[in-house]
Design a protein. Structure first.
Length: 167
């Protein structure tokens, strides 16, 4: 199970880049993570983490700066012992990270991807998962978009282009 960007800057209303529906999906993701851990499924956090002078801030407001409260996973979803945290400098949880190596070491070939933002970081992570040969499942109640149109478009792309299962 991969939890994408459920950090304060995206989930909390006073965050740097709040996603309107992100707070609503927290309880559902928490229940999925709890169930995953009970079943022995690895829980991985792919978290946006930037240097203070990150080039991305030319396009987006400053957010998720490493070491700040905004870059922390929201309290209800904090990682547990045995979970893995993968800091991400870009949209995809795979781009210039150790996520693929971690999944390979764990013998994973199916990924359940949750989090925010459906049409940006969730989609980019799904795309890179597909490009690396992983089967993808996205729980519809476990992802949030900036708006309904972009959210729906991304889920359709995950199903029709990446052959993922959207539940």
């Amino acid at each position: 199970m991969i939890i994408v960007d459920m950090i304060n800057d995206f989930v909390e209303p006073d965050g740097a880049l709040p996603v309107p529906a992100a707070r609503e999906i927290v309880p559902y993701i928490a229940s999925l993570a709890r169930e995953a851990r009970e079943r022995g499924v690895t829980v991985i956090y792919a978290d946006d983490t930037h240097d203070p002078d990150d080039k991305e801030f030319e396009d987006w407001p400053v957010h998720a700066v490493e070491g700040t409260e905004g870059a922390r996973v929201v309290k209800e979803l904090e990682p547990h012992e045995g979970d893995h945290v993968v800091p991400c400098k870009s949209y995809s949880g795979f781009f210039q990270t150790n996520l693929h190596e971690l999944l390979t070491r764990l013998g994973v070939d199916n990924v359940v991807i949750t989090g925010t933002v459906t049409n940006i970081c969730v989609y980019a992570t799904c795309l890179d998962a597909y490009m690396r040969g992983y089967r993808i499942t996205v729980p519809r109640k476990g992802v949030a978009g900036l708006n309904e149109e972009d959210h729906t478009f991304a889920l359709r792309q995950i199903e029709q282009v990446l052959f993922g299962e959207v539940l």
